[in-house]
Design a protein. Sequence first.
Length: 296
Amino acid sequence: MVLLDGKELSQQICQGISRSVGNSVRSGKRKPHLVAVLVGGNAASRTYVSAKAKACEAVGFRSTVIHKSAAIAEEELLCVVSELNRDEGVDGFIVQLPLPAHVDATRVIQAIDPQKDVDGFHPTNVGKLVLGLDTFIPATPYGILELIRHYEIPTAGSRVVVVGRSDIVGKPIGILMSRKAYPGNATVTLCHSQTRNVGELTRQADIVITALGVPGFLTADRIKAGSVVIDVGISRVADPSKKSGYRLVGDVDFEAVRQKVSHITPVPGGVGPMTIAMLLKNTLQAYESHAAAVGK
Ligand code: BQF
């Protein structure tokens, strides 16, 4: 069994980004600048945003966190987005999800300039992804592709079963794995809450990608021997032995499933760190095309 080590690969990717930033800055350009907008912020969102800011500093980016109250009016948040769109000193920005229930997240995402939409959530960028055009690939699916590529997992003609149909993970990874390219050319089945007998489908899969947030969902009896398992689920479970008071667990019954697979991602240290690295990669991409546009 090979562990798909996202921690290690994300560090390699960040080293490459750091080198590239160093070259740009030495040639007289300003640093790439990523802004994260955090609204309210449950504990998890705060952790994610600070992990992203910390990663920015580590590769030599400038980063700014704009923290707004959970009670912010939708119109005010739209103003924040509009200012970031106009700010020449900002290459890319994200609005950390989820947003409070009184804010229409779709409307906020649609207000983002697609060229600064480093999460790749704007409908223009989603459309480009579907059509196979150049765009920002959403960070989590992008991280999964890079893990598959790095570990040279064959995908052409393989059966990929995705469990979870979110706009952020399930839908885009399904589209990407069916693209006419590597990693891709797979036959994709997208499962969700109305799917009958998910286990019957996952048992036929060469690659299973779970993105549910249901600890222990994927049990060993639901996979084929020798398959590849990619666990996108991140749940916090109470653990008094940790100083944080919790630990992260995925959707996979890891101890049992690892005995049966050819490759598997751990949680933590699998897809999660890759998500951060690919957000930085997208920001570098935005910076490089932005620099070309404004002639910095
Ligand atoms: C790790 C996220 C659900 C909903 C919104 C490293 C992260 C997580 C785990 C991280 C996630 C999950 C992020 C590990 C960002 C991934 O070591 O395993 C990093 O920070 N993530 C997010 O921004 O929004 C989410 C999951």
